[in-house]
Design a protein around this ligand. Structure first.
Ligand SMILES: [Zn+2]
Length: 289
């Protein structure tokens, strides 16, 4: 059965609309003070987005879309063994994709040759919706085999894959955005999905704060793994990576070649040691109920 083409047209419009709305809200209600001029930051990250989109279209799509079709036709993967009703199959596939993306994110930090590429995302000195598009093409290329294993092992059919891809895009645009939501609203939303304040802590220059909040969709994975941190106020956060915290470190050229050169010990500011961790009592937390 063919998918409705309307969905294919609508999804990019919704994603682009979300990006524009979030970028407009960032001007009206910024969560953290920006360090770079907005337009310079935005235009640089849009170049990254172009390279990322080309990589996805040339490398990821030709692999994952036919694979998902084969998985559905031959009933490969864990969920086909369970013989779930179709709507439940779709929901569980999306939840499992979300969890295995959590695992991929941890690996992107822990495996040194993956970190070289994910570092390019983290060196951004401001965190906003455009940072969600700042992924090195190499990281996206390296994620293709992981994605293929996710699809085949879980048993992800094409419609679940497409829906998840769009939900992930919306989710990463939202939680990278520099939008100050009313704290009561964010506290409620943060119980279920990753929010700007939660992900802001992951992009902190303090290494032990970077080593937290790995979820990209549902917050439940950080709850279950004990990796959730809610106790750092956004005003206390400096965004970035200690060893790469100068304006020269984030330029287009330096960022594109960053994975291929000699690596600095990322946890320390050159000549100044590791940034001091924030010490906050649980009562100082913005997000904890
Ligand atoms: Zn990360």
């Amino acid at each position: 059965m063919n998918r409705t083409p309307r969905w294919r047209i609508l999804a990019p419009v919704v994603v682009a609309g979300a990006f524009l709305v979030l970028t407009a809200l960032e001007r009206r209600r910024p969560l953290r003070r920006a360090r770079e001029p907005k337009w310079r930051h935005l235009s640089r990250n849009i170049v990254f987005a172009g390279a990322a989109a080309a990589t996805v279209n040339l490398l990821e799509r030709p692999v994952v879309e036919p694979l998902a079709a084969v998985v559905e036709r031959r009933r490969w993967g864990l969920l086909y063994l369970c013989r779930l009703p179709r709507p439940l199959h779709l929901v569980v596939a999306i939840v499992f994709l979300d969890y295995t993306l959590y695992v991929w994110h941890v690996l992107a930090h822990r495996v040194s040759w993956l970190w070289r590429f994910h570092l390019v995302h983290h060196v951004d000195r401001d965190l906003d919706a455009s940072t969600a598009l700042r992924f090195h093409a190499g990281e996206l290329a390296l994620s293709v085999p992981w994605r293929a294993v996710q699809i085949a092992a879980i048993g992800v059919p094409p419609d679940a894959l497409r829906l998840w891809q769009n939900l992930v895009l919306l989710s990463i645009l939202f939680h990278h955005s520099n939008v100050e939501l009313p704290i009561e609203v964010e506290r409620l939303v943060a119980r279920f999905v990753v929010t700007p304040r939660i992900h802001g802590i992951h992009h902190s220059i303090v290494p032990e704060e970077t080593d937290s909040n790995w979820s990209s969709g549902l917050t439940v994975w950080d709850y279950l793994h004990g990796t959730l941190r809610l106790d750092v106020p956004q005003q206390a956060i400096t965004i970035g990576v200690p060893a790469y915290s100068t304006p020269a470190d984030v330029t287009l050229t330096n960022s594109f070649v960053l994975p291929f050169g000699a690596q600095r010990p990322w946890r320390v500011i050159p000549g100044d040691g590791e940034p001091e961790a924030h010490r906050h009592s649980p009562t100082a937390s913005e997000l904890a109920p």
